[in-house]
Design a protein around this ligand. Structure first.
Ligand code: C5P
Length: 219
C-alpha cells in the first residue's frame, strides 16, 4: 500500500510551513513546500524579463525550465535548472511574481504533475494551496490552516521584521490571498474532507499539538 500523504493548505502566514516541518520530523515524512516551486519559476520569469501576467510567454518559458525540490530537515532546497536558488526566493519581488504566475492554468497543470510525481509513493507532507483539492484529492489526511488576516500578517512581521513595515506586509498578504481565493483555476479553499483549523486565538504550539494528535491517531 502507498505510504501516508498529508496535505496542508491555507493562506499565507497561517503556519503551514511550521506545521509541515514539524510533522515531517515527528513522523518521518518528506516535507515538500510547493510554494517554493512557484517562487522558483517566478524568479526565472523575472530574470528572463517575462511578464508574470503573460500566460503564453510563461508557458513557453516553462517548457524549458526544470524545477526540483530537495527536502532537508531545515526546509526545502530548490533547484532551478540545476542551480540552488533557495536563498533568493523570499524577497518581495519574487513573492509578488509567484502570486501572479500561479493563476495561469498551464503553469498550474505543470506544477501539479511535478508534485504528483514527487508524492506518488507517499511518505510525504505536502504544503500549498491546492494539495487537498487538486494535487492529492485522495490524501490520507488534509488540514486547512487559517487565521485572521491580522494574526497572519503579524506572525509574518515577527518572522521578518527587517523586510517591510507591518502595514506593507499586511497589504501584500491581502493581495496574494485575494488572488489565490479568486482565481478560476484551483482557487484556495478547503477540501470538503479537510480538517479546518483557525489558529487566530491559538499559539503555534497549541495548533501543533492538536494536529500532531490527529496524525498520531492515524499512523
Ligand atoms: O506558500 P508560498 O507563499 O511560498 O507560495 C507562493 C505563492 O505561490 C502563493 O502566493 C500562491 O499564489 C502560489 N501557490 C499556489 N499553489 C500552491 C503553492 C503556492 O498557487 N500549491
Amino acid at each position: 500500500a502507498r505510504k501516508l500523504i498529508i496535505a496542508i493548505d491555507g493562506p499565507a502566514g497561517a503556519g503551514k510551513s511550521t506545521v509541515a516541518r514539524h510533522l515531517a520530523t515527528r513522523f518521518g515524512l518528506l516535507n515538500l513546500e510547493t510554494g517554493a516551486m512557484y517562487r522558483a519559476f517566478a524568479r526565472k520569469a523575472i530574470e528572463q524579463g517575462v511578464n508574470p501576467d503573460d500566460a503564453e510567454a510563461l508557458t513557453a518559458l516553462a517548457s524549458s525550465t526544470a524545477i526540483e525540490l530537495e527536502p532537508t530537515s531545515a526546509g526545502n532546497r530548490v533547484l532551478l535548472d540545476g542551480q540552488d536558488v533557495t536563498a533568493t526566493l523570499r524577497d518581495k519581488e519574487v513573492t509578488q511574481a509567484a502570486s501572479r504566475v500561479s493563476v495561469h492554468p498551464p503553469i498550474r497543470n505543470w506544477m501539479v504533475s511535478l508534485q504528483r510525481a514527487m508524492g506518488q509513493h507517499g511518505g510525504v507532507v505536502m504544503e500549498g494551496r491546492d494539495i487537498g483539492t487538486v494535487v492529492f484529492p485522495d490524501a490520507d489526511l488534509k488540514f486547512f490552516l487559517d487565521a485572521s488576516p491580522e494574526a497572519r500578517s503579524h506572525r509574518r512581521y515577527l518572522e521578518t521584521p527587517q523586510a517591510a513595515t507591518h502595514a506593507a506586509l499586511h497589504e501584500e498578504l491581502r493581495k496574494r490571498d485575494e488572488r489565490d481565493r479568486n482565481r478560476a483555476e484551483s482557487p484556495l479553499r478547503p477540501a470538503p474532507d479537510a480538517i479546518v483549523i483557525d489558529s487566530t486565538e491559538m499559539t503555534l504550539d497549541e495548533m501543533l499539538r492538536a494536529i500532531e494528535e490527529t496524525v498520531a491517531a492515524r499512523v
